[in-house]
Ligand binder design. Structure first.
Ligand SMILES: [Zn+2]
Length: 410
């Protein structure tokens, strides 16, 4: 039974097409992922992009990186050589280790997460002790919680202010301290697929932020006047003007373009330098070494599941399949077991704690969830209401298509 839905904010396909979710034959990503294409052979654009990595001359890319770094290194020692935006996570710990190995004198910059976890703070302190100068910018938490609430109810993404701030704050610091080079981690369009033209884009611009930075159509200026928020409350969320960027010559590179990027490898390297993984598998995930710094991430990932019928477990399973660390069958079983569970707990916070923080009742939260659920992707009863188990979990209309198609074809 397919339910009809007037609330279908994110699916652009025709109603006729959404009777069955199609998945990549190689990984486990569904076609519902924004900007992902599944080709005539049933293989997704992210898997195709990963194939191309085999032909990359990494030695040459490494040499390109060395020559870029040389150009920006402060000869007098009066200035930092580069800025590294860091969260203290496995990737930013790896970025910092590599930059130090390459002889750079970085300034590490953190935009404090929406709700920093205990383990997140511990990993930030560890990162500082790699031997770097460090600046942390925390935006007004009272305003931040209002923005979390506005973003959750209006675009179904509680993490919107965090996704904005992690781009704007390091760029603002680069302008203020006149440090032109910013070392970003991976370009998500490379690793996770997306328009092919952008996969070659190894610099970050305002245009990139607006297209891929997770703004979801909500602009920073849209917040002015909502819930008492003033322009002066939002200073850190605004990207510097183009004229300021040009004056300092701010540029950025994605380290993932120059070095073969692998989150698991980064975690191993980070752990060997004191990075702490979680003591168990992170809720909604299949690993214990990433997304450890923000207790609101459980809500963020859950809404992705409600909109597109895949969550963090799917993302991770796909990365491990492409690197031949998981079979598709095992990955599918892990996804079924872990993806998209109602986010009662994430790291050291309960959902109740987080909702109290942002001034939302559980009832209101469940209503917002239902409003952003793409009902065509989940099982509903004969009256069109979502079917939930006792824990509030939904069931997808189908969890795979490849096995069914192969059976039909044979
Ligand atoms: Zn794929």
């Amino acid at each position: 039974m397919q339910c009809t839905s007037s609330q279908n904010p994110n699916n652009e396909r025709s109603e006729e097409m959404i009777r069955y979710i199609k998945y990549c034959r190689r990984c486990v990503m569904p076609e519902t992922k924004p900007d992902l294409l599944i080709d005539g052979e049933g293989v997704c654009s992210a898997c195709r992009y990963y194939e191309h990595r085999k032909a990359v001359d990494w030695k040459k890319r490494g040499e390109e990186l060395a020559s870029i770094l040389e150009r920006f290194r402060s000869k007098s020692g009066d200035h930092y050589d580069c800025i590294i935006p860091v969260s203290g996570g496995k990737d930013s710990t790896f970025q910092t280790i590599r930059m130090l190995e390459l002889g750079m004198n970085p300034l590490c910059v953190t935009a404090t997460t929406d709700r920093l976890s205990t383990i997140g703070r511990k990993n930030i302190e560890n990162l500082k002790n790699l031997g770097v100068d460090y600046i942390e910018v925390s935006t007004n938490p009272v305003v931040r919680r209002r923005i979390n609430r506005i973003a959750l109810t209006q675009i179904g993404d509680v993490s919107w202010p965090e996704h904005v701030a992690i781009f704007t704050i390091p760029v603002r610091i680069a302008v203020q301290l006149k440090v032109p080079l910013i070392i970003w981690g991976e370009n998500s369009q490379n690793e996770y697929g997306g328009p092919a033209g952008d996969a070659q884009n190894n610099t970050l611009t305002r245009q990139w932020l607006e297209e891929f930075g997770g703004l979801l159509g909500l602009r920073v200026s849209d917040l002015i006047g909502q819930d008492g928020i003033k322009r002066s409350d939002l200073i850190q969320f605004f990207y510097p003007e183009d004229s300021e960027l040009r004056r300092v010559g701010v540029t950025g590179l994605f380290l993932g373009y120059y070095l073969p990027w692998d989150g698991y490898q980064n975690a191993l390297i980070a752990q060997a330098s004191g990075f702490t993984s979680y003591h168990k598998t992170v809720e909604g995930s299949i690993v214990n070494y990433e997304n450890l710094d923000n207790c609101q991430t459980g809500i963020h990932d859950y809404f992705k599941f409600l909109k597109y019928a895949f969550g963090r477990a799917t993302d991770l399973a796909c990365l491990h399949i492409r690197r031949q660390r998981l079979s598709r069958e095992d990955a599918m079983n892990l996804v079924k077991a872990h993806d998209g569970k109602f986010p009662n707990q994430y790291l050291d916070c309960t959902l109740n704690d987080i909702l109290d923080d942002i001034g939302m009742s559980m009832e209101e939260f469940v209503n917002v969830c239902d409003r952003f659920t793409n009902k065509k992707l989940f099982q509903c009863d004969t009256r069109g209401n979502l079917i939930k188990d006792r824990s509030g979990n939904l069931t997808k209309i189908n969890y795979d298509n490849v096995v069914d198609e192969d059976r039909r074809d044979s």
